[in-house]
Design a protein around this ligand. Structure first.
Ligand code: HEC
Length: 185
């Protein structure tokens, strides 16, 4: 009887130790996205995308195509080198359209009304995220506000790094060598 209680106690102690360690590890986890530097870069990025007519109401129209979740049912992608924060960088901009009865034709005629989100990848300087080819990831509303995850963290930076979900996690699984799916096009 006593031995059983002792065993149970040591089991309990072990679980408390494990739980305690998990909590500490989470507290100490570096902020891979949504920090002040990433948010300020994302703001400069949007301004630059807008002045290069890659987003916004006067964005250059391109041929739409049917895509998959989590991106829109109909998408438009633009791939360009532009200056962001004083450095010329490659950007890939995806406009995600959704809604009832939309088609490639309807989105081409009206690329604004059904736009749900704009997702962007930018090739940053070497060392920004050397594990993941130095891509910066961001998700905006159609008017350029940053999206948030369920915890309220702004979606800008190394989203989904070392995680099981999020931009990097999914693109590592489905993307090519450079984490983008465009290479074959
Ligand atoms: C669950 C998987 C998944 C997640 C999460 C995801 N993507 Fe994608 N992404 C895709 C797929 C698949 C494509 C190819 C187009 C398609 O079929 O929808 C794609 C394409 C893209 C493209 C166009 C360039 C390319 O690689 O084809 C960009 C830009 C992009 N995603 C950005 C993002 C950003 C930014 C996030 C996070 C906010 C994100 N993605 C999250 C699956 C994902």
């Amino acid at each position: 009887m006593n031995r059983l209680i002792r065993q149970n106690y040591s089991l309990l102690a072990a679980s408390i130790l494990i739980l305690g360690q998990t909590a500490t590890a989470q507290d100490a986890a570096p902020a891979f996205f949504g920090g002040p530097d990433d948010v300020s870069y994302a703001e400069k990025l949007w301004d630059s995308l807008e002045s290069n007519q890659l987003v916004g109401t006067s964005a250059i129209n391109v041929f739409p195509f049917a895509g998959n979740q989590p991106h829109g049912a109909i998408q438009q992608v633009l791939d360009k080198k532009i200056e962001v924060d004083g450095k010329v960088s490659r950007v890939i901009v995806k406009r995600n359209h959704g809604g009832e009865n939309i088609s490639v034709k309807s989105i081409y005629s009206d690329p604004v009304s059904n736009l749900k989100a704009v997702t962007v990848m930018v090739k940053r300087e070497a060392g920004y995220d050397s594990d993941n080819l130095d891509w910066f990831w961001a998700k905006y509303t159609p008017v350029g506000d940053l999206g948030k995850n369920p915890k309220g963290t702004l979606l800008a930076g190394r989203i989904g790094k070392n995680a099981s979900a999020g931009c990097i996690a999914c693109h590592r699984a489905i993307g090519g060598d450079d984490l983008e799916t465009l290479t074959e096009k």
